[in-house]
Ligand binder design. Structure first.
Ligand code: GDP
Ligand code: MN
Length: 377
């Protein structure tokens, strides 16, 4: 999934004629000050962290400045932030506009109806998840005729716009539709879409490009995404590895069992931290590699939940025992195993010889992993 940072989304918007505030990107406080002093960014201005997480407004990652010194200080403060776990590497400086109202529009995919979905709300400027359902309008758009004038009129009504603002909205929605179609986006969101004077301006941009269309868009190949360092290494090794917020490592096979295992741990009060899906691996070396990657994430405990099918239990056990040998003793963690299915006996035997017991009961084994993580300092 290619998620564009706000400034990248806005440079796409610019190509399609979406009205935007004047702005520039800076990577240091000095650069921010220079942009203001040179007049490239007019005063007063807004300084915004370029991170992929939302909620920057509330989280101190959007600041205002009315002098070059203030812009420098705001940029320095924001560049020192780690916002929701993401280091801020760039700030966007933009002219500060006088907002009359903040609205919301987005175009996304309705996967159930298999249609593009146009979402609008008069309650912009706050995360859409926090807006009451009754205040959100959704209409599917048939991709063949494309966005029609009656669909656009309905949005104007929902947003409570009249006069020249309706014409401004009309052009903006056409641009939004073109971005969505031509860039193969799965989400194009403008929140807030601001009423400024008698026009509309996109104050924020959230654009996600559909992964399956990436071959049509080599221009996005370089875009930084939100993978962690370990996830990046895993990707290169073709290991399905995802880092979450908790502290219990999960190794399972198949997406269904992996998800179910995360649910069980949560249900028992645990916090899954990393999960690894061995899929249909039948190579002990691959298992060793995956397990060592898991060790680098420093889990408080690891729960191995394998159902042997294509992946045989003894293959996993062999790979695991080899990996445990390679983890230095001061970096070891409690390992709770549950291996069932194909070659279960052989696998259990290999694990037992290495000092790991396989607990056949799901609840009991998951509980053991939760307890082990909890008792770890
Ligand atoms: P988000 O919170 O991460 O979605 O960041 P946004 O880009 O949506 O900005 C958060 C809020 O900052 C907006 O809802 C506005 O209220 C405010 N803001 C952003 N740009 C401007 C601006 O040019 N003028 C004014 N007055 N407020 C702005
Ligand atoms: Mn926003």
């Amino acid at each position: 999934m290619v998620k564009l940072a706000e400034w990248q989304g806005k440079s796409v918007f610019r190509k399609y004629g979406v009205p935007l505030p004047r702005g520039e990107v800076a990577r240091s406080a000095e650069e921010a000050e220079t942009l203001v002093r040179s007049g490239a960014v007019p005063l007063p201005c807004v300084v915004k962290a370029q991170v992929l997480a939302g909620g920057r407004g509330k989280g101190g990652a959007v600041r205002f400045a009315s002098t070059a010194e203030e812009a420098r200080a705001a940029a320095a403060a924001i560049l020192a932030l780690e916002f929701k776990g993401e280091k801020v590497r760039e700030v966007l400086l933009e002219e500060k506009l006088a907002i009359v109202r903040e609205l919301y529009v987005s175009m996304t995919l309705d996967r159930t109806q298999r249609m593009p979905l146009l979402i609008s709300s008069a309650r912009g400027g706050v995360e859409i998840e926090s807006v009451a359902d009754a205040e959100i309008d959704r209409q599917t758009v048939d991709p063949f005729p494309g966005l029609t004038s009656y669909e656009k009129r309905r949005v104007a009504k929902v947003l409570g716009l009249s006069g020249p603002l309706v014409r401004s909205l009309d052009r903006l929605l056409d641009s939004l539709w073109n971005v969505f179609q031509h860039e193969d986006a799965e989400l194009v969101e403008i929140n807030p879409l601001a009423v400024v004077g008698d026009g509309l301006v996109a104050l924020d941009a959230k654009v996600i490009i559909e992964d399956d269309a990436s071959f049509r868009h080599p221009e996005y190949a370089e875009v930084r995404d939100d993978r962690t360092e370990l996830e990046e290494i895993a990707r290169e090794k073709e290991i399905a590895f995802v880092q979450l917020d908790g502290n219990i490592g999960v190794i399972a096979n198949g997406a269904g069992l992996t998800m179910a295992t995360l649910d069980v741990l949560k249900e028992l009060g645990g916090a899954p931290g990393v999960f690894l899906d061995l899929g249909g691996t039948d190579d002990p070396k691959k298992v060793t590699e995956a397990f060592l990657l898991m060790a680098r994430a420093k889990p408080a405990s690891v729960f191995l939940n394998i159902f042997g099918g294509v992946t045989r239990c003894d293959t996993v056990a062999k790979g695991l025992v080899e990996a445990m040998r390679q983890v230095p003793s001061d970096e070891r963690f409690p390992l709770i195993a549950r291996i069932r299915g194909n070659n279960e006996k052989e696998g259990t035997e290999i694990l037992r010889a290495a000092g790991v017991t396989s607990v056949p009961d799901l609840r009991a084994s998951a509980q053991a992993a939760v307890d082990a993580a909890r008792s770890k300092p």
